[in-house]
Design a protein around this ligand. Structure first.
Ligand SMILES: NC(=O)c1ccc[n+]([C@@H]2O[C@H](COP(=O)([O-])OP(=O)(O)OC[C@H]3O[C@@H](n4cnc5c(N)ncnc54)[C@H](OP(=O)(O)O)[C@@H]3O)[C@@H](O)[C@H]2O)c1
Length: 331
């Protein structure tokens, strides 16, 4: 099939509410040396997209964000922290991928998934999708799955038989963390709202606290690891809930908190971890293989067509979405 020359792309030419996003036409890029062109079948609107579009970043990161993404006008072509699609053209020298390959890519802060086509470097964080995993499933495991994996495995270093509490267990990161925590052999307690209890239970978690009914903070239990994906707690507020060598993972933390965490971790037996994560191909391969073995299920709360992208941004901005929000992109 001949590749058309014009594609649709979702742009926000200013920062602001979901309404600043609109779908426009743009030329389809041509792959250069080492690049491949992917026809996108699915992407997500992630909380990363929400933060960049609305400039709602934790305190202290505004200047860094301005330098990277623009102070007055967005420097990026399109938002979109991930994509899944088919390789349709190759630049010179590409050997890892072929046309027809089904791939998923973690674009991270390089962005650009909210379009019908995107160029990828063959050495980017991109993996082939196994035949029995759909584009929607593959793309839904990227943002939350990779974040949860890096926080649990590399930052708080969760161990077998430890007790793990996950706050925000029904979101993209939380729903991945509860599953990965269980796979790592931990005893997992999930905290979520009433509406998400059944979805979290269906992911195999028996110990679920509905935060609208009871507060985990006032109960007697202690945890080896607490992972907060919401940004509602501080170390000082919850340190009595951690065991003597307990670790707190703050997926959302402002810059002063991140700096204070380093000091806490240097001076106390309990440790606090925050900071950003970086994307790589191996983590994608790992999550895809868990998904193929049916040990890990990316939770998809909503799937919308690409032209409903403004509605998608509104759902994400609510801060109460279930799992990942997938956009089905097709021509
Ligand atoms: N450090 C990093 O590199 C990194 C990477 C990825 C994401 N993040 C950040 O991590 C955060 C989570 O991302 P996400 O994509 O998982 O978000 P999400 O899908 O919107 O999930 C957040 C979840 O938190 C729950 N929640 C909201 N208020 C709550 C409260 N008061 N108590 C308990 N739960 C509450 C929401 O549902 P219910 O209230 O209905 O249960 C929702 O399911 C975002 O702020 C994102 O920017 C950071």
């Amino acid at each position: 099939m001949r590749t058309p020359q014009v594609m649709l792309i979702a742009r926000n030419r200013i920062f602001g509410s979901p309404d600043v996003v609109s779908i426009e036409e743009a030329p389809i890029p041509i792959p250069k040396k080492g690049q491949m062109l992917v026809r996108i079948h699915a992407t997500t609107v992630s909380t990363g997209d929400w933060r960049l579009r609305s400039k709602n970043v934790p305190k202290g990161y505004g200047i860094i964000m301005g330098l990277l993404f623009g102070f007055k006008h967005p420097k990026y072509e399109a938002l979109g922290t991930d994509l899944a699609g088919e390789v349709v053209a190759l630049g010179e020298g590409v050997s890892k991928f072929q046309t027809g390959d089904r791939v998923v890519s973690n674009l991270g802060m390089k962005l650009g998934g909210h379009a019908q086509y995107r160029l990828l470097n063959e050495n980017s964080a991109t993996a082939k999708i196994p035949i029995d995993i759909s584009y929607e499933q593959a793309v839904a495991l990227v943002f939350g799955g990779v974040t949860a994996l890096i926080f649990l495995r590399d930052k708080v270093k969760l161990k077998k038989s430890e007790r793990l509490l996950v706050i925000g267990a029904g979101g993209a990161v939380g729903s991945s963390a509860i599953q990965l925590g269980q796979l790592m052999g931990a005893h997992v307690t999930a905290v979520c709202s009433t509406e998400k209890v059944s979805a979290v239970t269906e992911l195999g978690i028996k110990d679920v606290i509905d935060y609208r009914e009871r507060s985990w903070l006032t109960e007697m239990d202690k945890y080896d690891v607490i992972l907060d994906t919401v940004g509602t707690i501080t170390f000082e507020k919850i340190k009595h809930k951690l065991t003597a060598k307990g670790r707190l993972g703050l997926v959302v933390a402002d810059l002063p908190t991140t700096l204070r965490n380093i000091w806490i971790s240097l001076t106390q037996s309990q440790k606090v971890f925050s900071g950003s994560i970086s994307e790589n191909e191996n983590d994608l391969q790992f999550l895809l293989s868990l998904c193929k073995q049916k040990k890990f299920r990316p939770l998809i709360g909503t799937t919308l067509p690409f032209d409903k992208i403004v509605e998608a941004h509104r759902i994400v901005e609510s801060r109460h979405k279930l799992g990942s929000l997938v956009l089905a992109v097709s021509r």
